[in-house]
Design a protein around this ligand. Structure first.
Ligand code: 26Q
Length: 824
């Protein structure tokens, strides 16, 4: 072979001038879409533009894969059931550094660039924070030149689309692939067969060794779809590999030959339902068979793919597997991977148990994202046995060896054994996935300092005693490319002009803004940009909610999944109290405020849906009450998504981070908002603690009980009626909900919400924190009146958020957990 063919080529042939981009777009319009410029729709233009970008991405993709394969270096395999990617077009242009030229090209073609970029539907393959974190991590991994593959599921339907009718949530399917997707590369040649159900049979092989065979299984095929992940300002392009389930040919054929054509087609359809839809994180969906099948399907495909890559180099030995691979479990959702890797190594590759277990404990790591006991994943044992009979035997073996260790450490302590066992006793028994993940993993991490501390002290206290170095903290982060540079171009330009552009890949550089925080003219420019962003958001609010809001009002934002622990209803009770006070005294001088909510509730989460209804009902009344002269507005923007967040975040002035202390593992919206100059009103929970430490106590509106105070109050006995009876504002607000005030006398519809906070025991202590919250909201009013002071605080928030870049987070994972090196 000529030597120039053995070396990957690093010369990129496509040019990036506006003219070359324009030419590429026109070529794709003609040759890929068979369209002319007169009949092309906006969708056609968007698609051709994506293909023009994808051509440039491909050159880097091919060269990166060549380099990574040739180096043989350790790769990180990120295993996640969710990737909340949002739109890719602007991100890819930003990362390639050709956004301005592409904009010029589109303008030249007589198009509105913003319209073309907005034509893309969000890739919403995630529920919330955990899925978006995976997306930010993929961005940082590529930007820092780390060899990485993200494995996941190619859901046909992402998180449901939310519609609001009569103030209530309705769910519609999110058919994001209806028109196909220009970013996807399907790799049919890497399709994988996956087994399910059947039985585990013990047989003696030719060498007289006992072995297990998994027989009479149902079979599925996994087809991988790759999405390139473009590093910012580097040549690295990694990829996401998402698996789609298809019917298995063998299976089809069997039934077909028996003459059952219709049966064969039905069987085919069953196989293809496995990756149809993303599960919402919903209590009513726990323990569902299809979810377990999904998890195993994706894990089996991914492990197979990792091993295929490993075995491509015949000289590599199993004992060196961990030199080439490290696997990160994004929560317990993919944790059946532990049993699957053991099965492949022991049953298929004939390694001894100890060799196989040694490999597992070197390559797996697990990230925990929740302390809520009800959110910890566990599977009814009979279900697990039916779907994965061989894996259950493997788990028994792992467990029995583990329990021997427990017995050595705590001789005779049966309660410890019961508490730590992978199998939860009871009728039925359960398989505890977090225990499996902790036992197999080299490192386990929490996602904020406080969260990790609580993991060590409570949830995993005994594990921590057994393995004192296993649990680490890795505080979450967000990518500054999407969450400042791309979503807030005017602020980015001001920052570039003031301190130079290095902040984009070194967010600590933002501290350079500190010395401008008190500078009058800088403050004015900073404030002007916020004001422009608020105007843009006001138009969106008018369009989506039919409510006209004044961009001169204070924009107060709570955007996140709807959950009682996040306490959107605490925010709402304060709004009601403020409104009632205003009605008593319409002349009262308050800072006009727009309360902006956006949130999806899990479809089966009754109370969350009630809270959405209540927000909309309260908004309906308040927004139309002329007596208060527009001093308060309440809007609920439907269908919260990544692309919607990109419009709300740059316009926010107050960020609501008001979860009950000890409940929010980290939060990442808190970081996005503060980075864009919003001031936080928040409890000492999750990453709020570290954000406050970074921006300064004086630039943060802290309120509420601490974790210790919450625990102490529970221990003493919490009675929400104590607060209801002694606090007039609370009583009046709750009475308005149960009395039908907001729903034209229909007292039944919102009463359950009030009841939940009283007879229901107020499980998230909304009433206990109400007073502190209300007082702190008043302080915000006072602070906002002094605009010089406010702007200084806002600038200092932006300036001091360097730590919360996902680049820093990824650097820490790479150094302390994965042991991987950049490959330039
Ligand atoms: C479980 C079983 C069945 C179906 C769905 C699920 C499921 C799916 C998604 C359970 C949980 C999730 C998502 C959890 C999540 O987003 N957690 C958030 O993770 C963020 C990133 O670390 C943190 O910042 C948030 O604090 C945490 O709530």
């Amino acid at each position: 072979m000529p030597s120039n063919l053995t070396q990957p080529s690093f010369k990129f042939t496509l040019e990036n001038s506006p003219d070359s981009i324009k030419e590429s777009i026109l070529n794709h319009l003609k040759y890929s879409l068979a369209r002319d410029t007169h009949t092309a729709t906006l969708h056609d233009w968007w698609w051709s533009t994506c293909l023009a970008i994808q051509d440039r991405v491909m050159e880097r993709f091919i060269s990166t894969m060549g380099k990574q394969t040739a180096s043989g270096a350790r790769r990180v395999y990120y295993l996640s059931l969710e990737y909340l990617m949002g739109r890719l077009i602007k991100n890819n242009l930003t990362s390639l550094g050709i956004l301005p030229n592409a904009i010029e090209a589109l303008k030249d073609l007589g198009l509105n660039p913003e319209d073309v970029l907005s034509e893309e539907v969000d890739m919403g393959l995630g529920n919330g924070g955990l899925g978006r974190l995976a997306a930010c991590f993929m961005d940082s991994l590529a930007t820092l030149d780390y060899p990485a593959v993200g494995y996941g599921i190619y859901y046909e339907y992402g998180l449901f689309e939310q519609q609001i009718k009569d103030g209530q949530q309705h769910e519609c399917p999110d058919n994001w692939l209806k028109f196909g997707n220009p970013w996807v590369i399907t790799r049919k040649e890497h399709a994988v067969t996956v087994n399910l159900y059947g039985r585990a049979e013990e047989r003696v092989d030719q060498d007289g060794k006992k072995r297990y065979f998994w027989v009479d299984t149902a079979k599925l095929t996994g087809v991988p779809h790759d999405i390139p992940i473009v590093g910012y300002g580097t040549e690295t392009v990694n990829f996401l590999r998402l698996w789609e389930s298809r019917a298995h040919a063998e299976f089809d054929f069997d039934i077909f030959n028996r003459g059952g054509y219709i049966d064969a087609v039905q069987e085919k359809m069953r196989g293809e339902t496995v990756t149809k839809v993303l599960y919402p994180n919903d209590v009513t969906e726990t323990g569902k068979e299809l979810r377990l099948v999904q998890q195993y399907f994706f894990v089996a495909c991914s492990i197979h793919d990792i091993i295929r890559r490993f075995k491509k180099t015949p000289s590599w030995q199993w004992k060196n597997f961990s030199k080439h691979a490290t696997l990160q479990l994004n929560d317990t959702h993919p944790s059946v991977a532990v049993a699957e890797l053991m099965r492949v190594l022991v049953d298929e590759e004939s390694l001894s148990w100890d060799e196989a277990w040694g490999i597992c404990t070197e390559v797996f790591n697990y990230t925990n994202h929740t302390l809520l006991p009800e959110a910890l994943e566990k599977w009814p044992l009979p279900l697990f046995q039916k779907v994965l009979p061989r894996h259950l035997l493997i788990i028994y073996e792992i467990n029995s060896r583990f329990l021997q260790k427990v017995a050595q450490k705590w001789p005779g302590d049966l309660e410890k054994m019961r508490n730590l066992s992978i199998i939860e006793e009871g009728a039925p028994q359960y398989v505890r996935m977090a225990h499996l993940a902790v036992i197999a993993s080299r490192y386990v991490n929490g996602v904020a300092a406080l969260h990790t501390d609580l993991l060590k002290r409570f949830l995993f206290a005994d594990f921590n005693a057994l393995y004192p170095k296993k649990i680490q903290n890795k505080t979450n982060g967000i990518t500054p490319r999407r969450w400042l540079k791309a979503c807030n171009p005017n602020l980015s330009a001001l920052v570039d002009e003031t301190i130079g552009p290095e902040w984009t890949t070194n967010l600590d550089k933002l501290v350079g803004l500190e010395k401008h925080a008190s500078d009058k003219s800088f403050q004015e420019r900073f404030a002007k940009i916020k004001r422009q962003n608020k105007e843009v958001l006001s138009e969106l609010i008018l369009e989506k909610c039919g409510v006209s809001v004044d961009p001169d009002s204070l924009f107060d934002v709570q955007i996140k999944r709807l959950h009682e622990y996040k306490r959107q209803h605490l925010n709402l009770l304060n709004i009601i109290a403020a409104y009632q006070e205003l009605l008593d005294n319409p002349g009262m001088d308050i800072v006009p405020r727009v309360f902006i909510f956006s949130a999806k509730a899990a479809p089966g989460y009754y109370m969350a849906k009630k809270i959405i209804h209540a927000i909309n009902a309260v908004g309906e009344v308040i927004n139309r009450d002329h007596r208060i002269k527009g001093k308060l507005k309440v809007v609920f923007i439907p269908n919260y998504s990544v692309s919607l967040a990109e419009k709300i975040v740059p316009a926010a002035e107050v960020s609501e981070q008001i979860s009950t202390a000890g409940k929010e593992a980290s939060g990442t919206g808190n970081m996005k908002l503060s980075l864009n100059g919003a001031l936080t009103i928040g409890t000492l929970d999750g990453a709020n603690v570290e954000i406050m430490e970074a921006v300064g106590r004086e630039n943060f509106f802290l309120f509420g009980m601490t974790v210790e105070e919450v625990n102490a109050l529970w221990a003493r006995g919490y009675n929400p009626y104590d607060f209801y009876n002694s606090n007039h504002a609370i009583k009046r607000a709750l009475d308005s909900l149960s009395g039908g005030y907001w729903t034209s006398g229909d007292y039944q519809s919102l009463q359950p919400l009030a009841n939940n906070l009283l007879q229901g025991g107020d499980p998230f202590m909304v009433l206990a924190d109400f007073n502190a919250y209300r007082e702190t909201q008043r302080k915000i009013d006072a602070a906002y009146r002094d605009q010089t002071k406010w702007q200084k605080m806002a600038i200092l928030n932006t300036a001091r958020m360097g730590k919360f870049s996902s680049d820093r987070t990824i650097q820490e994972y790479a150094d302390d957990i994965w042991g991987i090196k950049p490959l330039k």
